[in-house]
Design a protein around this ligand. Structure first.
Ligand SMILES: [Zn+2]
Length: 310
């Protein structure tokens, strides 16, 4: 099977712990899976409380750690900065690593930092985490985008960095719809109709992403999968979200956004190689390999090739 995962927090955890991409500690270790083609998005998570120059220094430290890990494991994995680099890495049998940033605090209120992020190899920016930053707010407070946030969205599009709405407030989402010209993505968000938590997408939000040709990555975090007895969450709950999204036109935008090492995971998928079992379960349940392959790889792969320009 092939996997394109739109979100994990592994690199931030590795940096904090001084651990390696090959490890026995974390949900993601690059030696465990045996996928035919594997693209993993690594988010540098910038906490809401980390602001201004402190946010810049924090990001730089994590960025250096990311590239040091890429060097250390260069025989198995390589960073990709644009769609045209993807084929070479995958054809060579290596894992392709896409870099994202989770938290617009990374900009430290300076629009010029967006062009710098592009040079540093960042492909996606999650505008907010749960709280407030210079761009707007996450789901903790339902604030609109700030004037700076609106300018940042335009600049992200100019620099071909993809805007990620996971965590963004509903008012922020509405503002984004009014100003974004192209598609945007939700790297790790589920369906609010299936599990009613603010971190999940409403059907209208999902349809807007479909209309624009974006992506939505299914998140494995039990509290976003189901409200009752989340400890019992598993493959069936993941399937419920997938089936709901498919029923409202999501075939071409659905993807995987595991959230490995950013959250606790259901036992059945608490380690990256177990995604192969989820894939088998989906094949059995949906009985259309074309759709399952789209979700696990093809949709995100197509989007990345088309939209991530150098
Ligand atoms: Zn997140």
């Amino acid at each position: 099977m092939n996997l394109f995962d739109l979100h994990c927090d592994t690199i931030t955890e590795l940096c904090r712990a001084g651990e390696d991409l090959v490890n026995r500690t974390f949900q993601l270790s690059i030696d465990r899976p045996d996928f035919d083609r594997y693209v993993q998005t690594f988010a540098i998570f910038v906490p809401d409380g980390c602001r201004g120059q402190a946010a810049v220094e924090y990001f730089d430290r994590n960025l250096a750690y990311f590239y040091a890990q890429m060097e250390r494991y260069a025989s198995r994995i390589a960073p990709v900065r644009s769609g045209c680099e993807l084929g070479g890495v995958l054809d060579g049998g290596r894992i392709a690593a896409v870099l994202s940033v989770e938290g617009g605090a990374v900009l430290a209120g300076d629009l010029r930092r967006i062009a710098l992020l592009k040079q540093q190899g960042v492909s996606l920016l999650t505008l907010t985490w749960n709280g407030v930053n210079e761009l707007g707010s996450g789901q903790d407070e339902n604030l609109p985008l700030t004037p700076f946030g609106r300018e940042a969205v335009a600049e992200l599009e100019r620099q071909s960095i993809v805007t990620d709405v996971s965590h963004l407030s509903d008012r922020g989402f509405d503002d984004l719809v009014g100003i974004a010209r192209g598609p945007f993505v939700a790297t790790h968000s589920n369906s609010r109709a299936v599990c009613d938590v603010p971190r999940n997408l409403t059907d209208d939000q999902f349809r807007e992403i479909v209309r624009r040709g974006g992506l939505v990555g299914i998140n494995f975090y039990p509290l976003f999968l189901r409200k009752t007895d989340p400890d019992g969450a598993g493959f069936r709950d993941i399937l419920n979200h997938v089936e709901h999204f498919l029923a409202i036109g999501g075939r071409d935008v659905l993807a995987i956004g595991s959230d490995f090492d950013g959250a606790s995971m259901p036992r059945g998928v608490n380690s990256v190689e177990k995604i192969a079992n989820l894939y088998d379960f989906m094949l059995h349940s949906i009985s259309d390999q074309g759709i399952v392959d789209q979700i696990f790889f093809e949709n995100a792969h197509r989007f990345y090739r088309e939209r991530m320009t150098p």
